[in-house]
Design a protein around this ligand. Structure first.
Ligand code: DLL
Length: 433
């Protein structure tokens, strides 16, 4: 179902006219209300009136995570605090959290975009949504919650954690949609199995998973284990929260960007140069309707490409491909660029390996050493050593062949790698210390 037929299927020409008008208004407003932007614009020698076409967006300066940090906590807000009704923050594994704000209108826009997203992911008014994204400063829980209510579905606000209780709720309350991070979803599957509850017998039809990178192979694994159709949802606090883009369940091939609210660009992360459709690079967003916390050319650090091809679902909104990683997650192992998702793909294609892994990077005598820790099933550990050694060498060989990096593979016993309640920690890089 398409929730917002007018905007989601608008002919490109009309959509681009709306984008330009909204972009011009946003440039005017941030220039007038946020000292940071005024200064940045002046340094770049640009004034809002210079935006005459959509490509003029390239004249505007970028905004980075560092800029947000320097204006912590409220320096980037474009409205007085008495117009702000909600505050969220992204945890940020390093340094200060990023604080974002919403006016009442922003909260409403977000709810509408999330209703759109949930509908694209297969939800309808009649559905019961088990929402296992964390409620709190993280945008996942409340983002889904407001969208579900807006569309008229029933939402179970279960949040993350207390996994056994979640399984009982899933068995008894009959949810038809699951929303959670992919890594927590796998944990749910595992705990259900321990409790002797089969997902094959539950009523789930769709899962709307995101907030962290996950590979196609991980999707297959989740769909098989949970007996549902899994779609990818993307977003980030700085731009909105979840709902910036969503896969349609019809195609499951790329995430439609809510372009009437966000203008997306792909840039070369090294030079900042804008790249054409199809090129892989860093995703950059400009919000064009947000009031409290507008962002101009915000560098997400997420790596993807944009596909403008029409989609079978009828939406005219361009699609971004699955995010393959972040510029700051990319590991450089002896000069080779490696994204955790590439390793994940290799692991998931290997029989006998469980979808729980962690990458550890050390530096020994000036050489980078990548260790891939991955769990194997109960069965494998009761066997003799030889098959385990063979499996380790097989994985190491596949990693070498497909990614070109030498890794030490360490098979570990079931349930030894820490389970996430939200976003999984995939990389431990000891080199930074
Ligand atoms: O993770 C918002 C969200 C909540 C999205 C629930 C989807 C579902 P932050 O905590 O600010 O916001 O983290 C944003 O998470 O820049 C990406 O690096 C990563 N991320 C989010 N969704 C995806 C996804 C929420 N589908 C950061 N695939 C982003 C890959 C994702 N990475």
């Amino acid at each position: 179902m398409i929730y917002d037929l007018e905007y989601e299927t608008m002919p490109r020409e009309g959509l681009e006219a709306i984008q330009l008008r909204r972009l011009q208004a946003t440039a005017e407003r941030v220039y007038a209300t946020v000292p940071f932007y005024r200064k940045k614009f002046q340094e770049a020698g640009v004034v809002p009136g210079d935006i005459r076409s959509l490509s003029d967006i390239q004249k505007l300066p970028f905004t980075t995570k560092q800029d947000l940090r320097e204006n912590y906590p409220y320096g980037m807000f474009a409205v007085p605090m008495d117009n702000v009704v909600r505050i969220h923050a992204s945890s940020g594994t390093t340094g200060q959290p990023t604080v974002v704000g919403y006016t009442a209108r922003d909260v409403n826009t977000w709810a509408t975009l999330m209703a759109r997203a949930l509908a694209a992911g297969g939800a309808t008014r009649g559905d019961i949504i088990h929402n296992a994204y964390g409620y709190g400063l993280f945008t996942g829980g409340l983002g889904v919650h407001y969208g579900a209510e807006k569309m008229g579905a029933s939402v179970i606000p279960v949040s993350g954690g207390n996994t056994k209780r979640q399984i009982i709720i899933m068995r008894d309350f009959g949810p038809t949609i699951l929303t959670a991070t992919p890594s927590y979803t796998l944990h749910l599957a595992e705990v259900a199995e321990e409790m002797g509850i089969s997902f094959q017998k539950l009523s789930l039809k769709f899962g709307i998973f995101g907030a962290e990178p996950w590979s196609e192979e991980m999707r297959n694994e989740i769909e098989r284990k949970l007996n549902l159709t899994a779609v990818d949802i993307y977003g980030l606090s700085e731009v909105l929260g979840p709902g910036v883009s969503i896969e349609c369940h019809e195609a499951k091939k790329g995430l439609h960007i809510a372009e009437d609210h966000f203008i997306a660009e792909i840039i070369d992360p090294n030079t900042g140069e804008a790249l054409p459709y199809g090129s892989v690079g860093e995703l950059v967003f400009t919000s064009v309707t947000k009031e409290a916390f507008p962002v101009v050319r915000y560098r997400t650090r997420d790596i993807t490409s944009i596909n403008p091809e029409p989609c079978i679902c009828g939406r005219t909104l361009v699609r971004m491909n699955k995010v393959s990683g972040r510029t700051d997650d990319m590991l450089i192992i002896r000069g080779v660029n490696v994204f955790p998702s590439q390793i994940e793909s290799v692991l998931m294609e290997t029989e006998g390996v469980e979808p729980h892994y962690q990458l550890v990077v050390d530096r020994q005598e000036n050489l980078d050493m990548l260790t891939v820790m991955v769990e194997v099933g109960e069965q494998a550990f009761s066997d003799t050593i030889k098959p385990l050694q063979d499996l380790e060498s097989k994985i190491a060989r596949n990693i070498k062949e497909t990614i070109g990096v030498t890794a030490r593979v360490k098979l570990v016993e079931p349930k030894t790698i820490a389970r996430s309640q939200g976003k999984a920690v995939r990389v431990i890089d000891n080199r930074k210390i």
